[in-house]
Design a protein around this ligand. Structure first.
Ligand SMILES: *[C@@H]1O[C@H](CO)[C@@H](O)[C@H](O)[C@H]1NC(C)=O
Length: 218
């Protein structure tokens, strides 16, 4: 009897883990406000005592403020993840504001843990994502105006470019408390220590000098 209960538990566990595969795990309690000072490493963050939770653990102020876009790419992402709202811990969701200068771009990047749904609040964006090798790296792109909504599926490389003559603003929801960002150019050409130019020259099918030039930009 005890043995079969164990087997049943194992089957249930493997079933639930396959259902939640590639997404943040479902919460097992009402609230689990992150204790960001804890030195215990768990998947996510340790919860602080729920009796000590307060409204400000679920609150962020300032998403009306534009980020400073005076940088090389002309964009700025203001994140509202579990690092900003401790109460997001275990809830599988977060938010960002993206500001774009004219001609600014949010360069090709991927979120390893989240699908993104974006809406344009101001301006005009050209956006797109590229499907995986299995689907022949197809570019799926669109011009978005104020009020338009677009989805970037989890893990896929995507970008947004301001093609209007004024600033642009977008708000996006992401399906993780901690979506993560891998900016392709920075990760490939700006890793520390660098990936050898021999490797990248073959990968990109160009002369090593081209790679050295690209690596020098990061
Ligand atoms: C984004 O804007 C904030 C607020 O103005 C600023 O502190 C930050 O340095 C900016 N980030 C980049 C990458 O420009």
């Amino acid at each position: 009897m005890k043995m079969s209960a164990h087997i049943l538990l194992l089957v249930l566990l493997s079933f639930t883990s396959s259902l939640t595969y590639a997404f943040d795990p479902s919460p097992l309690q009402d609230i689990c406000v992150a204790d960001l000072d804890s030195h215990v490493f768990v998947n996510g963050h340790v919860c602080k005592d729920p009796k000590l939770a307060k409204a400000n653990d679920f609150f962020f102020k300032g998403l009306d403020k534009p980020g400073n876009t005076m940088n090389k790419v002309g964009s700025n992402v203001t994140q509202v993840t579990v690092a900003q709202i401790a109460g997001l811990n275990t809830l599988g969701i977060s938010l960002v504001r993206i500001d774009f200068a004219p001609n600014g771009q949010n360069p090709p990047h991927t979120h390893p843990r989240a699908t993104e749904i974006l809406t344009v609040i101001e301006g005009t964006l050209f956006v797109g994502f590229v499907t995986s090798n299995q689907n022949n790296n197809r570019l799926i792109s669109k011009v978005l105006h104020k009020g338009d909504v677009f989805v970037f599926p989890i893990g896929l490389i995507h970008f947004q470019v301001n093609i209007g003559h004024s600033n642009a603003v977008a708000i996006a929801g992401l399906s993780s408390q901690n979506p993560g960002v891998i900016t392709i150019a920075n990760a490939v050409f700006g890793s520390k220590p660098p990936i050898s130019d021999d490797i990248l020259a073959k990968a990109f099918q160009v002369d090593k000098k081209v790679i050295d030039h690209l690596q020098a930009q990061f």
